[in-house]
Design a protein around this ligand. Structure first.
Ligand SMILES: N[C@@H](CCC(=O)N[C@@H](CS)C(=O)NCC(=O)O)C(=O)O
Length: 227
């Protein structure tokens, strides 16, 4: 148990994840930034394994899911990160004052909606191997390619004026953006050549130990990833 402002908060006990998938990767990076190690359990979503026992115990089929010592299950990557941030405030990744909290939340959501999600939709609706997870609509995959390009432009504008996505320092918004851009390989797209600020930032992010350690093993087949 962790004592916080007079309350006792249950410690994280287990992270259920799927290593090649991008949402669990966001949580892995977050934990590594906090120097926290939590035992993990893998669920292979590409076989549909998550629709069985995992759903039964967690209450949703999604990964990641964090189990706390009191038996509570937390899902939603950002909810998990929010809990970890409260347990381990340093380094601060979700904002230390009202304005930085709001800015980080705003940029995290913008990157999630305008880039991360469109990339995932291209993969989920465009790659036949993803039919295990999705009632596919190929037109939706195509429509999302142009949304990905708009997302690139949004991020480039932002990184041309700011050293990090949300605030001056590294935050959870950078985590969402770096995971999204790394995930481009699954749809065989790349950061545009002329997105100079994004490329410089991405190169720098790629050197962070948390980002390196969170990579799926290189032996993982390119398409065995899901959002
Ligand atoms: N909003 C959730 C999304 C979680 C999510 O979509 N996870 C993917 C893996 S990256 C998943 O569980 N996919 C299984 C499926 O779609 O059946 C979060 O932020 O954690």
């Amino acid at each position: 148990m962790v004592q916080k402002r007079g309350m006792t908060l249950p410690r994280p006990e287990l992270l259920v994840e799927c290593r090649p998938a991008p949402n669990p990767r966001r949580v892995r990076i977050f934990l590594a930034e906090k120097s926290l190690e939590i035992p993990t359990e893998q669920v292979d979503i590409m076989t549909g394994a998550h629709f069985g026992d995992h759903t039964g115990r967690v209450g949703t089929f999604h990964v990641p899911a964090l189990k706390l010592l009191d038996g509570t299950w937390l899902t939603e990557s950002m909810a998990i990160c929010r809990y970890i941030e409260a347990l381990v405030p340093d380094p601060c990744l979700m904002g230390a004052d009202a304005l930085s909290v709001a800015r980080i939340e705003m940029w995290q959501r913008r990157v999630e909606f305008e880039l991360f999600s469109p990339i995932a939709q291209v993969l989920r609706h465009g790659n036949p191997k993803m039919a295990v997870l999705e009632d596919q609509c190929p037109e939706w995959a195509t429509a999302n390619v142009s949304r990905v390009h708009k997302g690139f432009a949004m991020l480039e504008r932002r990184l041309s004026e700011s050293p990090h996505v949300a605030v001056q320092d590294f935050s959870v918004a950078d985590i969402t953006a770096v995971v999204a851009l790394d995930f481009l390989r699954t749809i065989r797209m790349e950061i545009p050549e002329d997105a100079t600020a994004t490329r410089i930032w991405f190169e720098k992010m790629g050197q962070r130990p948390s980002v390196i350690a969170s990579r799926a093993k290189s032996s993982a087949p390119r398409t065995e990833v899901a959002q």
